[in-house]
Design a protein around this ligand. Structure first.
Ligand code: ADP
Length: 251
């Protein structure tokens, strides 16, 4: 759960990046955050990760009141959040499998768990055939799937996707949003930051618009293209029927 109560952020330069933000994202929600460049979207993400502090107001993320969080608790907070970046940020010398396993190794997860968990999240994003490939051998869409699997491997309560479709062909962008939505349907809260209005319009759902540091719109809009979404759904279901391990049940 994410809750901001009357939150403002003023950078030391004097720029008011966020002003009196009130926002609640419940567990299990899927939200799009939209806004022009410079609107305050990155500042919002940095706040949630406690990379910066609010100048005033209170921020609560996954049960942590960030104003009261001790420095040593920050890694604990961040483990409850999975992040997906526009530029994927995969390690080029590591295979798909290793890129994902790495996240669990740094937190000393038991080897047995890693051997079970990593193939599972790889199957969730449909990349079983690419587990031993290197990032350079993948398409942009596939690289983003790896990044999503990596964000998921820790079983975070919240996934923040920061312009995840920014470096991907438009057709594949829909698949990435669809994948994030299917992950959301399994219970993970998803916050997707984007400036691609067409994408948002097509999918619909809860849309939060930040303009010049303020929330100017926060409401649910219907998707514009139900037929398109139905097709996407049907293709995903048929794909899962061909690959039953994709049906989200951990063996
Ligand atoms: P967005 O992610 O929507 O493009 P940002 O959150 O990056 O917007 O920026 C919001 C405002 O804060 C902008 O005016 C930007 O120039 C300013 N800003 C962002 N980061 C800093 C910083 N570290 N120091 C000073 N001003 C900043």
């Amino acid at each position: 759960m994410v809750e901001l109560k009357d939150v403002s952020v003023t950078y030391s330069s004097g720029v008011d990046a966020l002003e009196h933000i009130n926002l609640k994202i419940n567990d299990g929600d899927f939200v799009f955050v939209v806004g022009a460049s410079g609107a305050g979207k990155s500042t919002l993400i940095k706040l949630l990760l406690k990379e910066i502090d609010a100048t005033s107001g209170t921020v609560t993320v996954n049960g942590y009141q960030l104003g009261h969080l001790k420095k040593r608790q920050i890694p604990e907070l961040r483990r409850t959040i999975g992040i997906v970046f526009q530029d994927f940020r995969l390690i080029s010398k590591m295979t798909v499998y290793e890129n994902i396993a790495f996240v669990l190794r740094v937190i000393d997860a038991p080897r047995k768990y890693i051997r079970k968990r990593v193939p599972y999240v790889i199957s969730l994003v449909g990349l079983q055939a690419k587990a031993n490939s290197y990032p350079t051998e993948l398409s942009g869409g596939e690289m983003q799937r790896v990044a999503i699997a990596r964000a998921l491997v820790n079983d975070p309560a919240l996934i923040i996707a920061d312009e995840p479709t920014g470096n991907i062909d438009p057709e594949l962008s829909y698949e990435i949003v669809d994948l994030l939505r299917s992950i959301n349907m399994q219970g993970t809260t998803v916050m997707m930051v984007t400036h691609e209005h067409e994408l948002v319009r097509r999918f619909g759902g809860r849309i939060i618009n930040i303009t010049e540091g303020q929330i100017v719109f926060d409401d649910i809009m219907e998707g514009s293209d139900d037929e398109f979404l139905e097709e996407l759904e049907i293709s995903r279901i048929s794909e899962n029927l061909e690959n039953p391990e994709n049906l989200y049940h951990e063996s």
